[in-house]
Ligand binder design. Structure first.
Ligand code: UTP
Length: 501
């Protein structure tokens, strides 16, 4: 495996900037989620806070009761203040991040020539063989805060099924269950939560009997939390007795998988590959044999799915190489001439829209996390609910730090980038309304499933006033149009539409 050079140029900016910490090893637990048990002494705390210019954290100490003091002391102790200081230095370097030489990636396209069709056939056979051996584990990241959706609960519990009302978690679990049944294997399912939604997520799985998956094949682990900083690098507080903490980004999944012991578990089980996906996309296909097979045949460390971007102004990150290293180039970082550039067929040169679906070789994850993974920190400027000097609630600008999983692509060689059809595989629930919302996901699911039902000659309901033909196909029944055509589905009708299962 090729190791990353030590001096990275930043390759992805999120409305702000990202910086690779060159001198600082990013601790896998920058914010330990375990509360230290030892007793705190006020003096010891004060001197630590002073040493790091964080005295304000104890400003309300005298007004706190014993529980409040104890909580605050535990939270401060759990933060690595050296690391916080280094994050503050990233803020000082704001704007100094610069892009390098951009190149589009090599993509395995949707429209295939004869040789590519042959390769795809080989890959499907290889992928099916790997799935049939039970050599794939499934890695779901569900630690996000879902602040744009504004849902009261883990995002995975959101009812996305247009007819069934099934949750995002249930859609994903039923796809794994279908694969387990098809190949007669187990489908180890590693679910990353954050300390904020871990309890609610576990409860949701328990209440729903793990959606039919064996409980002993579903594993939860939490990612780390990081404090948000103000523009002077001071840790923000959410209450007089609490720091403002946020999950450390989906890139936190790689160190967290290792630290939780589940990476060792995956290796022990002989899982050769981990199929990574995000909770918010109900169309995602984590058990796609073509993708798994292409990745495995190429000997890649990490591979990605992309959808074709047709409008240069669509604000989506594209996969591309920066100074020879594959990563995701944020919309705002791609110079306008490259954003608009077209190839000899008239397609956008940088069109490989990132859909956050990957396969990673388990040993690759082991190698890159062994000595502490160094992913660049992406900094997002956010409105943060905090407290003023008098301890009253207020809102002000602060900075959150996140690691992104696609930055691990830069550590991998031979990466496969597979183009898939957007209407078939990507319709995330991000916002409460407008684009990428429950409404667009419902429409995408119905459009796709209605097309399968039509091809299979099955009954369809009339289109609603919004033009949507409200049909849903159970993922346990079919993952493709061919599956549905070959199945003998049971039809369920309700006030929403028709469900085939
Ligand atoms: P998003 O970037 O869409 O963030 O996450 P989000 O937290 O879900 O939503 P907003 O930005 O607050 O509205 C994409 C995927 O990455 C996971 C999310 O759960 C989702 O599956 N994620 C994100 C994590 O697991 N941890 C994080 O720290 C951030």
């Amino acid at each position: 495996m090729q190791r990353a050079p030590r001096s990275w140029k930043p390759i992805a900016l999120r409305g702000s900037f990202s910086v690779q910490e060159e001198s600082l090893s990013v601790p896998s637990q920058a914010m330990s989620t375990e509360i230290p048990q030892r007793q705190h002494s006020e003096e010891e705390l004060r001197s630590a806070c002073e040493r790091y210019d964080q005295e304000h954290l104890l400003r309300h100490w005298d007004d706190l009761d014993e529980d409040g003091r104890s909580q605050l002391a535990d939270q401060i102790r759990a933060v690595d203040l050296d690391h916080v200081q280094a994050l503050g230095r990233i803020l000082e370097r704001n704007g100094q991040a610069e892009g390098g030489h951009f190149e589009p990636p090599e993509v395995f396209p949707l429209e295939r020539d004869r040789a590519q069709q042959e390769r795809a056939r080989e890959a499907v056979a290889a992928g099916e063989e790997i799935l049939a051996r039970g050599a794939v584990g499934f890695l779901l990241v569900a630690g996000g805060q879902a602040s744009r959706l504004g849902y009261d609960g883990p995002k995975g519990a959101f009812p996305v099924g247009p007819v069934s009302g099934r949750s995002l978690f249930e859609f994903h679990a039923r796809r794994l269950l279908a694969t387990a049944r098809r190949y007669g294997t187990r489908t180890p399912f590693y679910v990353m939560t954050s300390p904020t939604n871990d309890g609610a997520t576990r409860r949701f799985f328990e209440q729903n009997e793990h959606f039919g998956l064996p409980a002993e094949d579903v594993f939860f682990f939490t990612q780390s939390m990081l404090p948000a900083l103000d523009e002077t690098g001071r840790v923000m507080m959410s209450a007089p007795d609490a720091l403002f903490l946020a999950p450390d980004g989906h890139g936190g999944v790689l160190p967290a998988l290792r630290d939780s012991g589940w990476l060792a578990d995956a290796l022990e089980r002989g899982l050769e590959h981990l199929s990574y996906f995000q909770v918010d996309n109900p169309l995602v296909r984590p058990t796609d044999p073509l993708f798994i097979g292409l990745h495995a045949l190429a000997g890649a460390g990490m591979s990605s799915k992309v959808v074709s971007k047709s409008d240069p102004d669509e604000k989506v990150g594209v996969l591309g190489k920066v100074d020879g290293r594959l990563g995701c180039i944020e919309y705002s970082d791609l110079p306008a001439d490259l954003r608009d550039a077209r190839d000899e067929n008239g397609s956008l040169l940088f069109r490989a829209g990132n859909v956050a679906v990957h396969v990673l070789r388990t040993e690759f994850v082991d190698e890159i996390t062994r000595d502490g993974l160094k992913l660049p920190w992406h900094v997002a400027r956010k409105k943060i609910r905090t407290i003023d000097e008098g301890g009253r609630e207020t809102e002000c600008t602060g900075f959150k730090f996140e690691a992104f999983v696609f930055d691990a692509l830069g550590f991998s060689t031979d990466c496969v980038t597979l183009e898939v059809a957007r209407e078939r595989e990507f319709s995330p629930v991000k916002n409460a309304d407008g684009g990428d919302s429950p409404e667009t996901a419902r429409r995408s699911l119905c459009d796709l499933h209605a097309s399968w039902a039509r091809a299979a000659g099955l009954e369809l309901p009339p289109a609603g006033e919004d033009g949507v033909v409200c049909v849903e196909v159970d993922p346990l029944l079919a993952d493709t149009a061919d599956d549905l055509a070959a199945a003998e589905p049971r039809l369920i009708r309700n006030e929403n539409g028709l469900l085939y299962e």
